[in-house]
Each structure stands twice: as structure tokens, then as C-alpha cells.
Ligand binder design. Structure first.
Ligand SMILES: Nc1ncnc2c1ncn2[C@@H]1O[C@H](COP(=O)(O)OP(=O)(O)OP(=O)(O)O)[C@@H](O)[C@H]1O
Ligand SMILES: [Mg+2]
Length: 389
């Protein structure tokens, strides 16, 4: 069928035509937004799960729902080498300038002035212009250089501003496992302060399955977070991820074709989008049949091998690839580090740097002490398909 009308959206962070199977997380977020407005705080939400399971699009939906209510939202992605300070500062600029207008209340003016000082703390040359005269206004002081102090000042003053405006502030952080541990600790501290002083501030984290442990190691307040594991879709939702987008274009799926794609995808959202897209392209329409689905899965697997899996594989050095192969022997379940070392004929300690490098690259994680597993579903099978050693 016409690829121009193809409604599927495989790709990191790409908004699906139908965001399915996340009702619980969305309902919880909706409640938090409503609670925020009546001065009741909620603990930060932590979305964690494997690659391609839909954490980023869920976080973006959180943003959309907060923005819809007029909230200030800063959505950032850690891991680019930039500090939390800079990422947050820059993400806040747009929403804050949208609020700046003549005649605003004094608490907003104060928040803007403090935001200016925060900007100065990481960017001495740059200045923001809100188009308002802030010279006689109280505020500022978020530029001591101490992250704890500065961020608490900034968020505290912005909390006052959003309350005055009848809105709230949401801070959403993707790939949070890549934040430095002092940055994570600072955010947990802010969440704690927000709860004590009833700030209308909501924090959402998203990241790999290692994130809960990393948070726990960063700060004792971490046990007060709300952990939500994001997993493959349930069978109904997985079918809907295929049928709802098609339905919007008056295209139907044969029930057997749905089963072919849902099984092959293991109900993982990324794979459903990829196989859905390819099945659509090969089908004559307006019905996607079993043969279309089988061909779609074959082509989709090829596309994943050359993209989703390949980028991670190619980022690994030959020594790291050997390590990954040794894990792949156990499938996607994970392996004991000692067992991996034995397979490679090495002492476990000598493989520490290889293991650490692969964790830093986000390809593997440690589900528990002494165990390593792929962050990418289907990685073991992909490695099995690679013949070049
Ligand atoms: N609930 C959902 N329903 C339908 N499609 C979804 C859903 N969640 C995610 N997708 C699709 O799955 C793909 C991956 O989503 P996303 O990038 O959010 O995953 P992720 O968990 O953030 O992955 P990574 O760990 O690699 O960042 C996208 O193509 C997206 O459209
Ligand atoms: Mg993501």
C-alpha cells in the first residue's frame, strides 16, 4: 500500500499513531497533575525498562499532558556529555519566555530573575532576555556553583511562580541512568524539598532497568520514588498497536496476520512498529493478510538488523563483541559474569573494563550483582545471526 499513508512509526522516541497499553502510567500521571493544582505533591515517577519498550514516548506523553494544562515543562535527555545544570537551564528558557509578559506577578518576576542567575552559573557569556525589566526585582542567587544550592533555589522560586500563575512545573529526564550520581542525588533532594513545602513540582525519570539501583545508590530518599516498570505490551494492546493505526486509514488486519506480527515482535513496541510498517508496504490492501505479515516480519527483521541492532553492535570494539557473544549464549536472560569469563578463558576481574565500557554504552546492564544482561530485547538472536566473528 501507499507508503505515504503508512501510519507506523518505528524509531527512537517517535510518537506512535496509537499509544496503547500504558493506561496505568498515564492515569497515575493525570492524577499527579490534578493533585499538583490542589497543592498536593506526589513522589517522582521512575519509568524503567529495556530499549525500545516505549519509555521516551511515554515521557513525551507526560509532557504533552502537562503542557496542555499550561504547565512549565522541562524535558531533557541525559548522556550527551552536558551537565544537568545546563540541560535543565536551557530546557526552561522557552517555557519561561512564554510566560514572561508585561504586568506579571511578583513571584513570577522573582522566578525569572533567579532563572537568569542560574543561566549565568554555566554560561558566563550568554544572557537571556525576557523583555522585562528585572532590575529592582528580588531573586537571583542561583549561581553559587553548588548544584544542590542553585537548583533548589531555582526550583523553589519557580514553584512560587507557577503557584501564582495557577499552573505547575514538571521536570522530565530521559536516559536518567546517564546522569552523574551527584546530579541524581540533587534531584532526589529537590523532590524531597518539594514534598515538604508543597511545591507544585513533578519529576519524572525514564531509563534503563539499571535505573532503580542507580537511584538507590545515589540517595537514601530514592525509596520514596514511584517505580513503574515498562514492559512489552499485553496481547490486546499489542494487537491494537497494529490495528488502530491501520483503522485510521480504513485498512484492516486479518486476525492470523496480527498473530504472526505480534508473536514475531514478542509484543515489543519498537518491533511492532517496524513489522507493521513493512507489512503495510508489501500488502496490496485494504486487508493485510498472513503472507503480507510474514513478508513484513522478514523485511522488518532485516531493517532492525541494519539499524536498531547494528548501531549497538558496531559501537562495540572487537573485544567487547566477543564479550557480547559470550553473553548471547544464554539468550536474553542474562549471564553470570563469572560464566562469561570462563567461556572466554579469562579471569573475571580482567574483564571488568570491558563490562564497564559496555554498560556505559548502554548495551548491557547488571540486573543483580555478578550478572549481566542485554538492555536490547532480541540482541542475543541478532548476535546469533552475525557470522563475521
Ligand atoms: N505504547 C506504545 N504503543 C505503540 N507504540 C509504541 C508504544 N510505545 C512505544 N512505541 C513505539 O516503539 C518505539 C520505541 O519507543 P521509545 O523510543 O519510546 O522506546 P524507549 O523505551 O525510549 O527506547 P530506548 O531505551 O532505546 O530509548 C517507537 O517507534 C514508538 O513509536
Ligand atoms: Mg528512549
Amino acid at each position: 500500500m501507499d507508503p505515504v499513508r503508512n501510519p507506523y512509526a518505528p524509531g527512537a522516541g517517535r510518537k506512535p499513531a496509537a499509544l496503547v497499553g500504558r493506561d496505568n502510567a498515564l492515569a497515575a500521571w493525570q492524577t499527579s497533575l490534578q493533585r499538583g493544582l490542589v497543592g498536593r505533591t506526589d513522589q517522582p515517577v521512575v519509568l524503567y525498562g529495556l530499549r525500545g519498550v516505549g519509555k521516551t514516548v511515554l515521557l513525551s506523553e507526560f509532557r504533552r499532558r502537562a503542557t496542555e494544562r499550561g504547565w512549565i515543562v522541562a524535558q531533557i535527555e541525559a548522556g550527551s556529555g552536558k551537565s544537568l545544570r545546563e540541560l535543565l537551564g536551557e530546557a526552561l528558557y522557552g517555557p519561561l519566555s512564554d510566560l514572561a509578559r508585561p504586568g506579571v506577578g511578583r513571584r513570577l518576576l522573582k522566578g525569572l530573575k533567579t532563572a537568569l542567575s542560574f543561566k549565568a552559573s554555566y554560561d558566563v557569556g550568554g544572557t537571556w532576555r525576557f523583555g522585562l525589566d528585572l532590575s529592582g526585582v528580588p531573586g537571583g542567587g542561583a549561581d553559587t556553583g553548588m548544584l544542590d544550592t542553585d537548583l533548589k533555589k531555582l526550583i523553589g522560586d519557580l514553584a512560587g511562580a507557577v503557584e501564582e500563575e495557577g499552573i505547575g512545573l514538571a521536570i522530565l529526564i530521559d536516559e536518567a541512568q546517564d546522569l552523574r550520581s551527584d546530579e541524581l542525588a540533587t534531584l532526589c533532594m529537590i523532590a524531597h524539598a518539594a514534598a515538604q513545602d508543597n511545591w507544585r513540582v513533578l519529576i519524572g525519570f525514564a531509563g534503563l532497568p539499571s535505573l532503580p539501583r542507580i537511584l538507590a545508590e545515589a540517595k537514601s530518599y530514592a525509596e520514596r520514588l514511584r517505580y513503574m516498570r515498562i514492559q512489552e505490551l499485553n496481547p490486546n494492546a499489542a494487537a491494537e498497536a497494529l490495528t488502530i493505526p491501520a483503522g485510521l486509514e480504513d485498512v484492516r488486519w486479518h486476525p492470523d496476520a496480527i498473530a504472526v506480527v505480534v508473536n514475531a515482535a514478542g509484543r515489543y513496541p519498537y518491533f511492532l512498529q517496524q513489522f507493521g510498517q513493512e507489512s503495510w508496504n508489501v500488502a496490496a490492501g485494504p486487508l493485510i493478510g498472513t503472507q503480507d505479515a510474514a513478508l513484513g516480519v522478514a523485511r522488518g527483521t532485516n531493517a532492525l538488523d541494519n539499524g536498531f541492532f547494528r548501531v549497538r553492535w558496531d559501537r562495540a570494539t572487537p573485544a567487547e563483541q566477543a564479550y557480547l557473544r559470550a553473553i548471547a549464549t544464554d539468550g536474553d536472560e542474562g549471564s553470570a559474569s563469572s560464566e562469561v569469563a570462563a567461556r572466554l578463558g579469562r579471569k573475571p576481574a580482567s574483564l571488568g573494563p570491558t563490562r564497564a565500557s559496555l554498560i556505559a554504552k548502554g548495551v548491557i546492564y547488571a540486573p543483580e550483582h555478578g550478572v549481566v544482561a542485554f538492555t536490547v530485547p532480541g540482541m542475543a538472536a541478532f548476535i546469533g545471526r552475525q557470522v563475521d566473528a
